[in-house]
Design a binder for this molecule. Structure first.
Ligand code: ZN
Length: 145
């Protein structure tokens, strides 16, 4: 495993829409390991592939059971009830922005083993997923100001 460089917000890669992962290759699996390592080192609770220079739809989220990789994640439903909390981002050092997000979301994604998983997320987990999926669409918290 190796730790990767996290890009910061003036980098054009962060502002591009990412493309779907076509196949879960060994390179993708290695990238997941490296992203998990990077997230741990940087003390983040989530990391999206564009933040480490790859415009592909892959995010890694820190959960109580360890890092969870979501491939081609998609929000199927979001609650109308929203909550505003201050968010930070490894790509926007020293910046905190109050962001309104749905309190819960229904998400579908592929796991690292290629199996499809559909689940409901709420609270901080839902917020992190929405933040990371924004990255895949080229949206940063600084765009939410
Ligand atoms: Zn972020």
């Amino acid at each position: 495993m190796s730790s990767l460089k996290v890009l910061t917000d003036n980098n054009p890669i962060l502002h591009k829409k990412s493309t779907a992962v076509a196949e879960i290759t060994n390179e993708i699996k290695q990238l997941i390991l490296d992203m998990a390592e990077t997230m741990k080192k940087e003390q983040g609770i989530g990391l999206a592939a564009p933040q480490v220079g790859q415009n592909i739809r892959l995010v890694v989220i820190n959960t109580e059971n360890g890092p969870l990789a979501l491939i081609n994640p998609k929000i199927l439903w979001r609650s109308l009830r929203k909550e505003t909390e201050e968010e930070g981002c490894l790509s926007c050092p020293q910046v905190f922005v109050p962001v309104s997000r749905s309190k819960s979301v229904f998400v579908t994604a592929l796991l690292e083993n290629g199996k499809k998983r559909t689940f409901k997320a709420k609270g901080l987990f839902a917020r992190v997923i929405q933040h990371e999926i924004d990255h895949l669409d080229g949206i940063l918290i600084t765009d939410k100001k």
